[in-house]
Structures are given as C-alpha cells and as structure tokens.
Ligand binder design. Sequence first.
Ligand code: NDP
Ligand SMILES: CCCCCC(=O)/C=C/[C@@H]1[C@@H](C/C=C\CCCC(=O)O)[C@@H](O)C[C@H]1O
Length: 359
Amino acid sequence: MSTQLKNEEFVLFTRPSGQSDIKSAWKLQSCLMPIITKDNEFILETLFVSVDPYLSSGLKKSALGGAINSIGSIQISGLVARVIESRNPNIPVDTIVTGRMEWKRFILANGTEPRFRIVQKPTDKNTIYNKIGFSTAVGVLGMPSQTSYYGILSVANTQPSDVLVISGAAGAVGTIAGQIAKKIRGAKMVIGIAGGKKKCDCIVNELGFDAAIDYKEYNTKDKMVNRLKELTPSGITQYFDNTGGFVTDAIFDIIERHSKIIICGQISTYNNSEEDLSKSNIYPNYLAKTIYRGLSILGFVCSDFIHRNEEEFFKDMPNWLEQGIIKFHETIIDGFENLPRAYEMLFTGENIGKIVVKV
Ligand SMILES: NC(=O)C1=CN([C@@H]2O[C@H](COP(=O)(O)OP(=O)(O)OC[C@H]3O[C@@H](n4cnc5c(N)ncnc54)[C@H](OP(=O)(O)O)[C@@H]3O)[C@@H](O)[C@H]2O)C=CC1
Ligand SMILES: CCCCCC(=O)/C=C/[C@@H]1[C@@H](C/C=C\CCCC(=O)O)[C@@H](O)C[C@H]1O
C-alpha cells in the first residue's frame, strides 16, 4: 500500500436540534490508512457515497428505526467502492462493490458488511453499470429504487383502475415509484407532488407522470385540496406518501372510500426538534378518518422486501432501464468533504432524483 495516500473519515460531532444545523452534525478528521492483517480482507477506495433521509433517525437521541449513532462514531451509509488491495480470492483488485459502510476514503472490509454486494467483477466490464455509472448501485439499481419497486408492486399493488398521488415525487424514490405505477402497472392517472416548477415539469415532461402539483405554489391544505379535486374528477384511490405535512392532510380529507395510503416516508418531520412535542408527527384525526371510509394505512420498509425478492428487482429494473421504459435522474455532488452539505440538500429540496456524493 502506497504511503502517500491519506485517509479521512466523518464522525458524528453533535446531534442537530433542527433543520438549520444539520450540516454541522459531522466532523471531518484524518485517520489511518487501513492495513490488511487477515485472510479474506481487502481495501476499498470509496467512489460514491449515498446520503439518504433515513440517516436523520440515527442522529437523534431516540431513533425511529435502526441504531442511534453515538457521538464520535463514524457515519455509515450505502456506498460504492473499488478494491485496491486484496487477500480475498473472491474479491480481487478492481472489483466494484456496494454495501453499508463507513464514511471513509479508504475502508478495510471482508465482504460481511451489511447489504454487501459485488457490483462488477474485474473480468466483466460489459455490465449495465458501464453504461449508466456505478453511482446507480446506490440509486436506480439500489435501495431507493427497490423501495419504489416493492412499494408500488407489492404494497400499493397499483392497478390500471387506480388514480395515484405521490408526494416527494421528484426524488429518488418518487421518480421511480411514479414511473412503475404508470408505465409498468398502467395506472389510470399518476399525479406527483413536488417543490418548484422545474421538478414538476421534469416528472410530467420527461418521466411521464400525468400531472404535477407544486406544493410551494399550492401551499396550504385548502389550496391543495382544490387543486387535487380539479385534477382528479373520479377521485384518488391510492396515496404514496414520502413527505407527510399538509399535503398528507389534504389527501386524508378527500381520498376515496376503501383507498390505500402507503406510508413510505415522512421527510417533512425528520428534522423536527425532539424537545418540541407540538411539532411531533401526530395528527390524532388521521386514525378517526379511516373508519367510515374504510381506509387502509400501510407503512413499509424496503429492507423487509429486499431480503425476500432481490432477484426479481435485479431482473426487472436493468431491463426497464435498457429498454428506456424507466428513466432516472441523479444529482451528483463532487467531493468527499461535501457529504454534510449533500445531506442538507435533501431537506432543502436541491436534488432531482437520487443525490450521491462522488468522492
Ligand atoms: N420506507 C422505506 O423503506 C424507505 C423510505 N424512504 C423515504 O422516502 C422518502 C424519499 O426519500 P428519497 O427518495 O431518498 O429522497 P429524495 O430524493 O426524495 O429527497 C428528499 C426530497 O424531499 C423533499 N422534501 C424535503 N423536505 C421536505 C418537506 N419539509 N416537505 C416536503 N418535501 C420535502 C425535497 O423535494 P421537494 O423539492 O419536492 O420538496 C427533497 O428533494 C423519504 O421520506 C425517505 O425517508 C426512502 C427509502 C426507503
Ligand atoms: C427516519 C425514518 C425514515 C423511515 C423511512 C426510511 O427512509 C427508511 C429507510 C430504510 C432504512 C431503515 C432505517 C433503519 C432501520 C434499520 C434496519 C435496516 O434494515 O437497516 C435503511 O435500512 C434503508 C431503508 O431500508
């Protein structure tokens, strides 16, 4: 291993108390270059790091799911990396891999890391990743897209008769969920809710949604209700919720009887202060509203499905991409040091499609 290479890592420095200070959650620090000491170990050079909304949970004092990160611990998320040194016969130098690993420029691994997967072997350069980029292993060919896939095909089970509304529609999950509902399942109508004209134009004109609503223009529950009613004369039968907030309030008031409300995410609440209970994600009348209208609220986490049916996803999605049926967007941020800023962009809505940091 060359001694010129320098390693760096991001550790949790402080628990953000609200949206304004999320970027300062982590501290960048120097660390030692990894050294192989055992059989099966290999050294990775990080190529792309995924920032995702769920990371907010680990930063809190009481996580919504998964572990609470301790102060000083190295942040973990999905990443893509290249093997630069190896004592593992199955994972030689130049293999491209993905998995949930530490935010470090250089990582010691052995292939038992969570969600570890070989993306491309050194002997096989003719993969879809060579056409669409290795970053997609944490995007349209990774966890967010698997969320869309299982969310629409297994949880919503969208049918041609369905009128589906998706919030967070211009993001990693939303862009793919809307296309699967429309193009694969043939939904009667798919309406995306997103922030700003650029995002709304993109999901309709490029991705094939039937309509979009800019929630920053239709910025109250009443305005949203009226716009949704205008666009859906026959009523809404499914709602795929990525955001929560007043959009979700609006849908609850007008969604058809016996409809499905799929709770994929609630990003509008993730940076709420844990001290301020008045801002906690509790709307008592949601449950009461399900009774007479026989509504189903279905929460789901993609990890429940990934373990069961991963082969189906890795058969279908590359085909749909190769055939140009499903299109995808990425927002690539350059520089390992910009990881905190990229994470912040999820909450300021500066990404279209999957946001990934290129190291
Ligand atoms: N259940 C599961 O297994 C999984 C759930 N998820 C959830 O899916 C959702 C989308 O994730 P992902 O696709 O990775 O992220 P996105 O790529 O959608 O990025 C986040 C987007 O959320 C929107 N947003 C941010 N803050 C707010 C707010 N206060 N109100 C409304 N919209 C907001 C922004 O878009 P805009 O400009 O439109 O506001 C932003 O671009 C998240 O809630 C996430 O937790 C993700 C993966 C797995
Ligand atoms: C802040 C809560 C966000 C919930 C929605 C979401 O984005 C979920 C993403 C999951 C995420 C789950 C996080 C913790 C559960 C730990 C178990 C695990 O499988 O890791 C992460 O797992 C990827 C998505 O499945």
